[in-house]
Design a protein around this ligand. Structure first.
Ligand code: NAP
Length: 313
């Protein structure tokens, strides 16, 4: 088991174990930097809960997000990356050293930090959403889809996630309603084609969820048509919400520069405004939510961290 040491000045500490962080870890470890990767939840981040990744090169048949994450991790560990379960809650810099306060009150130090903390599912913010979490409301089809075998399911959203996960959920649901606030989907065209040709998916355009209702578990949605204002009810047992992501950067406020939506601002070399601190992947302003991009950014951040150490230590 990997131990965290408060005595070591690590060459690099990576915050987040998704594709960006694990790739940065692979490059740092392979460059013989003493590197620690902190992950507070599940290795793989958002892709760990993605059923099938079809557009990451090298896997012509697609690969499950979980399997891909474990492969990233195994490859990085082969070169000596140390992966630990820990949560960064605050960062500070004193002289050239960067200090990371952990949730368990440990304080660790590094010459460089790569922030790859990713993003979390955005909440709808309607009555019933929190109340029925894990009692019908979910943000993860891979985790919870099987609970709704033979039941009507609603998917909220119109992007790649909503369409891809709606397709996945047709394995379980008696019907999958795809509810979107506009009449055109934002998702990639090939996903749209699959959705519209799937007999189990019913697209409900121009519609927002006003409330999620039930007794012990979800029983129905109160819907509003955004064009006519007409209200309606829809009986469902599962509600899967995929309305985008929010960067997981709360712990960075006041330390590095963030944009108005909380994304970390970097230059094209993944450098933040704090020397020695880099950012990569979904938490970074301008990243695209693609595994291939996160991997590329993680690689750049690691190469830059290595250069920075060479010049400054
Ligand atoms: P997204 O692309 O930001 O789409 C969010 C969807 O939710 C949009 O359709 C948006 O509607 C809708 N929405 C946002 N706020 C809403 C609200 N308050 N109420 C109702 N609807 C709301 O998010 P995503 O689908 O999670 O994807 C995130 C990133 O990951 C994207 O970059 C995406 O390309 C990537 N991704 C890629 C793949 C793939 O390549 N196969 C798979 C999954 C995700 P509007 O359209 O009206 O704005």
């Amino acid at each position: 088991m990997v131990e965290i040491s408060e005595d070591i000045l690590y060459d690099c500490i990576i915050v987040g174990g998704g594709p960006a962080g694990l790739t940065a870890g692979l490059y740092c470890a392979r460059a013989k930097l003493n590197t620690l990767l902190l992950e507070k939840g599940t290795i793989g981040g958002q892709i760990a809960i993605t059923d099938l990744v079809e557009n990451y090169p090298g896997f012509p048949e697609g690969i499950s997000g979980k399997e891909l994450s474990l492969r990233f991790k195994a490859q990085a560990e082969r070169f000596g990356l140390k992966v630990v379960k820990a949560e960064a809650v605050k960062l500070e810099k004193e002289g050239k050293e960067i200090f990371i306060h952990l949730r368990n009150d440990q304080l660790i130090r590094a010459k460089t930090v790569i922030i790859a903390s990713g993003s979390n599912p955005r909440r709808l913010g309607v009555p019933g959403e929190s109340e029925f979490l894990n009692r019908g409301v979910s943000y993860c089809a891979t985790c919870d889809g099987a609970l709704f075998e033979g039941s009507p399911i609603a998917v909220i959203g119109g992007g790649d996630s909503a369409t891809q996960e709606a397709l996945f959920l047709t394995r379980f649901g008696s019907v999958v309603y795809l509810i979107h606030r506009r009449d055109t989907l934002r998702a990639q065209k090939h996903l749209q084609e699959k959705v519209f040709s799937n007999p189990k998916i019913r697209f409900i355009p121009d519609t927002v969820v006003e409330e999620i209702k039930g007794n012990h578990a979800v029983e129905k949605l109160i819907l509003k048509n955004t064009k006519t204002g007409q209200m309606s009810e829809l009986a469902v047992e599962g509600v899967f919400i995929f309305i985008g992501l929010e960067p997981n950067t709360g712990f960075l406020k006041g330390f590095v520069e963030l944009d108005e939506n909380g994304y970390v601002i970097t230059d094209e070399r993944m450098r933040t405004n704090v020397e020695g601190v880099f950012a990569a992947g979904d938490c970074r302003k301008g990243s695209t939510g693609q595994v291939a991009v996160a991997v590329g950014e993680g690689c750049i951040a690691a190469i830059e961290a290595e250069k920075y150490i060479e010049h400054n230590f």
